[in-house]
Design a protein around this ligand. Structure first.
Ligand SMILES: Nc1nc2c(c(=O)[nH]1)N[C@H]1C(S)=C(S)[C@@H](COP(=O)(O)O)O[C@H]1N2
Ligand SMILES: [Mo]
Length: 198
């Protein structure tokens, strides 16, 4: 190859980190639909409920004892800010789903503030999603979803439910909070899936 024009970095595979219509943000904005819920750690639970009603749950101590990962990822909010190379610590959803018996294809993520968001189950597996409880080496701020939030960075950030309390598995898809308000069902920033119909 000869001359590479400045700014040309191909697509994400070859290094372009900014999805279409996004700008880079240095700060970490807080976006919450309502007040920040306070969840005492001795009452915190994370519970996966299958389509047959079977439950798999972890207390805070049990969750902390699971294998931890430290993903460094870019995050993309549908309000057009993207933040690069954010550092998290948490538990892979692959660990939490390891013993879960299900034939469901869809998940509804549920939070302590009543927020919900739906995803295809496959978007939560294969190293793509975590329940994160540390950010930049510190306990996750409550404004950003502490004690623990979902982190699913390959989709728009509204899918990364803060103050997460569980996942309901579903045989059929059903819209969560923003999805019912007109946001896209899947929300892939690289396909610019902002609203229903995009
Ligand atoms: N429980 C809950 N999770 C939520 C939200 C919310 O209002 N409640 N807002 C979502 C939206 S729209 C975005 S962009 C991100 C913002 O996360 P941040 O406040 O840490 O930047 O959280 C998502 N997760
Ligand atoms: Mo958002």
């Amino acid at each position: 190859m000869g001359i590479v024009s400045p700014g040309f970095q191909g697509r994400r595979r070859s290094g372009s980190k900014l999805p279409p219509g996004q700008y880079e943000e240095e700060d970490f904005p807080v976006l919450s639909a309502g007040p920040t819920p306070r969840v005492p750690l001795d009452r915190w639970r994370f519970i996966i409920t299958t389509e047959t009603g079977e439950r798999y749950g972890w207390s805070w101590d049990e969750f902390q004892a699971l294998p931890q990962e430290t993903p460094k990822v870019d995050i993309h909010c549908v309000t057009r800010w993207s933040k690069f190379d954010t550092d998290w610590q948490g538990v892979s959803l692959d660990v939490l789903f390891a013993d879960v018996e299900t034939t469901a294809d869809y998940a509804m993520v549920q939070s302590y503030d009543g927020y919900t968001t739906n995803l295809p189950l496959e978007d939560l597996l294969d190293g793509q999603a975590w329940i994160a409880h540390k950010y930049a080496g510190e306990d996750l701020d409550s404004e950003h979803g502490g004690p623990a939030r979902l982190l699913v960075p390959h989709l728009y950030f509204w899918k990364s439910a803060k103050w997460v309390r569980g996942i309901q598995l579903m045989l059929e898809d059903s819209p969560g909070f923003w999805e019912a308000a007109g946001y896209h069902d899947r929300g892939d920033p690289w396909l610019e899936q902002r609203y229903q119909g995009d």
